[in-house]
Design a protein around this ligand. Structure first.
Ligand code: NAD
Length: 366
């Protein structure tokens, strides 16, 4: 059985970090007999330069047909002066929108070897492994009415609308409970039901889905402001946090920083299972295209490599291989090998490609 994969390396450090993933896929083909049907295409600034749009219709068609899309990063100063609707990031937004990627998964995991990179005390984050699940296609970033109008007295008025429907809340809640079932069986549902009607509905619907389908999972409701506080006070109390687009945006960045390094953080965005049984999915590192270090072979490829592990687990049903990738990353870090962004005194500073080789060497030993 072959797993189909669209690789969009993108701009800046995207192609450098993606190269390490391609080597890893080659290793799984040679050593483990897995088969990957890989298509590489352009996205972001590089697609604007060559194809005249941040993502072409042809690439979108492939994205809609594969088991998973793997994206490096898009954007950079060369394209900053373009109009908003022509920017490299539009490629990403088009992928999210047209594939219906409503569930954004951002794990925050602290590797023992990097426990000192966190801004929190080691004891608070040692062994941390939480998953923030953010609703990605609804809420205040998309709600209507929106806009800036001028009032009769000359003042201006800016409006955005926080809006969620039963169906939207149900489907994200289900993803949250399903994730928790494969993890530690605990969900925190986060909103502001104390001051927002959309939060009242969110709480009601999550409770209904829980009672009807997932009563074996532990569910706790929490206000978003309390959740922000708890994330820095006692982050290990969480397993899966499910929340809306706006709160998820903030809380996932906060949780990310518990781990200390942008170069280590993977993510996944999932759509609804279609009639063919396939769930559209895109995997990408949380970091951007890092133009300040692009082309120098010094970027950290581990976030992209860990994004591949998420694809193995969530799209290819290869949980054991996913675990092996994560274990190899852990062992590389334990051995003191570091790219510049996670370097500390006494460690061995290596390039992007040497880090890729180190992961291959460790996985070979497992
Ligand atoms: P960034 O994540 O690209 O970089 C922030 C800082 O972190 C930089 O100093 C960078 O060198 C460092 N960094 C990031 N990833 C790293 C890695 N893997 N290894 C080592 N160091 C790393 O964010 P930014 O500078 O705000 O944005 C740069 C460009 O990326 C912009 O055009 C922005 O729009 C774009 N961007 C794209 C995405 C995406 O493709 N999903 C996400 C965020 C930003």
């Amino acid at each position: 059985m072959s797993h189909s994969l669209l690789i969009l390396a993108g701009d800046g450090i995207g192609p450098e970090v993606m190269q390490q993933v391609i080597r890893l896929l080659g290793w799984f083909e040679r050593k483990r007999g897995l088969k990957f049907d890989i298509t590489e295409a352009l996205c972001g600034g590089s697609a604007i330069d060559v194809e005249g749009a941040p993502i072409s219709d042809a690439t979108m068609k492939i994205a809609a047909s594969v088991d998973a899309v793997l994206l490096g990063a898009v954007g950079g100063p060369r394209w900053d002066s373009l109009a908003f609707d022509q920017k490299p990031e539009r490629g990403l937004l088009r992928l999210r929108k047209e594939l219906g990627l409503f569930a954004n998964l951002r794990p925050a995991m602290v590797f023992e070897a990097l426990v000192d990179a966190s801004s929190l005390k080691p004891d608070l984050v040692r062994g941390l492994d939480i998953m923030i699940l953010r609703e990605l296609t609804g809420g205040v970033y998309f709600g209507e009415p929106r806009g800036i109008t001028t009032l009769p007295d000359g003042q201006k008025r800016g409006v955005n609308t926080q809006v969620y429907t039963t169906r939207e809340i149900e489907r994200i809640a289900r993803v949250g409970f399903e994730l928790a079932a494969k993890r530690n069986g605990k969900v925190h549902s986060v909103e502001k039901a104390n001051v927002m009607e959309s939060g009242v509905l969110w709480r009601e619907v999550v409770t209904q889905v829980h009672q009807a389908e997932f009563s074996h999972i532990e569910l706790q409701h929490m206000y978003a402001d309390n959740c922000a506080m708890q994330l820095v006070r006692n982050p290990k109390q969480f397993d899966v946090i499910v929340t809306d687009n706006l709160f998820g945006d903030l809380l996932s960045d906060c949780a990310a920083m518990l781990t200390g390094s942008l170069g280590m953080l993977p993510s996944a965005s999932l759509g609804a299972v279609g009639p063919n049984g396939k769930r559209p999915a895109m995997y990408e590192p949380v970091h951007g295209s890092a133009p300040d270090i692009a082309g120098r072979n010094i970027a950290n490829p581990l976030a992209t490599i860990l994004s591949l592990a998420m694809a193995f687990r969530l799209s290819f049903n290869l949980p054991e291989e996913a675990r092996q990738i994560e274990e190899a990353v852990k062992r590389v870090l334990d051995s003191g090998i570091r790219t510049a962004d996670i370097y500390s005194d006494g460690m061995a500073k290596v390039s992007t490609s040497t880090m890729g080789e180190a992961v291959l060497r460790e996985i070979d030993r497992l």
